[in-house]
Design a protein around this ligand. Sequence first.
Ligand code: G16
Length: 560
Amino acid sequence: MRIKTVPTVPFRDQRPGTSGLRKKTREFMQPNYLENFVQSVFNAIRALQNRDREGALPQSASPADFDNTTLVVGGDGRYYNRPAIQAIIRIAAGNGFARVLVARGGILSTPAMSAVIRRRKALGGLVLSASHNPGGPDEDFGIKYNMQNGGPAPEQVTERIFRETLKIDRYCSLDSPDVDIDRDGSLKIAGTEVAIFDPLADYSALMEELFDFEALRAHFRNGFRMLFDAMHGATGPYARHIFEERLGAPPGTVLHGDPLEDFGGHHPDPNLAYAADLVRLLADGNAPDFGAACDADGDRNMILGRTVFVSPGDSLAVIAEHAAHAIPGYRGGLSGVARSLPTSTAVDRVARAAGINSFETPTGWKYFGALLDAGLCTLCGEESFGTGSNHIREKDGIWAVLCWLSLLAVSKKSVAEVLHDHWRKFGRSYFQRHDYDKLVAKSAAAMMQDLEAQMPGMPGRSLGNFVVSSAEDVSYRDPVTGAETEHAGIRIVFSNDSRIVFRLSGTGTEGATLRLYLERYERENTDADVETVLAPLAEIARELLGLQQRFGREKPTVIT
Ligand code: G16
């Protein structure tokens, strides 16, 4: 089969955001749009491998740089997943990869992708997902490159990919028929072996290494019940296999377990607003005490008790508090913990008590990669419903659920009791994120600039009943690689341990989304209503930004 070189012209809007390239599906469906990006990823990787020889394609039709290398491909099953996989197989073969591993059915959760890359020593992987965003021809699609360590490409690499997208003039492909990706097996296309693999095997084996499956099975045998909402995303098959088949949870434990291209018409986003079915079922008097949900690609998670919502910052802190005694994989203790800047500081207090470091990074799982690779931290988490550990280099929804299952099994307590015990010991970080969606991008950027200009005069000022102790546009220097990241978010800290962080989302596909992160720490008063406790901070944030005057927005689009 002959490799062909297809002429193309650059698209100028292919800069990856917080987590890869996310766009409306129809943008991805334009001729050459996906192909350009995939070829640019390969050009960037090739250039970086060759110590930065400029990444244009070699003139020979069959580039040799990917000899002996394996690429993993899979996605969350959303609309356009299948045609995108076929295109990627052709371009990977055109670029001379030795092997392309494709998840059966094209469905591979993001954490499983990370596990497969690491276990099979692949060069990297392409994840097809727009995460928690809806799917369909008029909804969202995305693509992200993960590196050899199993983690999302760091900023230096994504910037390099972007530069390649601006100068691309051709890509390599083949005229080959579609590969049957629904059956295990392998075939050769040109010189490339394309192998279809079981997406559940590596990931389940890894979970069994970390958790005490026998103890969890006993817990279900003794009558423990839970509900897990897969939201019609990629985690359905994993959850059925692990919770129902392996651990013996009753059939029906997994809700919305069949992956669907449009996620049943819903936002596959595990929060109180979008996982409404789960929330309603748990409110029933006979409901189990434990509920959880994951997003479409399975890296985000939400943890619920019958009467409580565990905020992501608290979930990270509780897991950090209990991991060493409740989960075999962490028996040796934690080397450190990490959280993103906007994430609540709850885990910092657990780290202080344990005498370990707590790192604060910019938003984006990619910033945890170097810390994890260097062994500086074991657990990481983000307010955006992401929790994970050094077992892979992505956040991991099912892993987080297994952590909670383990600590509930060991403690024999309810979710609410575990949470209240934690607050009694460490105090409580009341936390909320307020999102304002679909703002005019230019005006939102101007608003952030105006806010930044106010920062130097802030310290010492009183805002409502709060006194500002520090105010800055935060920049970050990676302690391992020395890489610098600017504008990670604007942070105002108040003298009573309250904080507001302001930033614009890097994952939206329409206009700009403003995120306000509100946090207030209380040592004793741990049972108050979150909204009431945080209302004064929300008001201060709105006033400082002039949200009402600029956009006429009275209230946030979503509160999580
Ligand atoms: C991605 C990143 C996360 C980040 C989140 C929110 O999550 O992987 O690290 O916290 O986006 O980013 P932003 O606030 O810029 O929208 P996911 O689950 O969407 O891949």
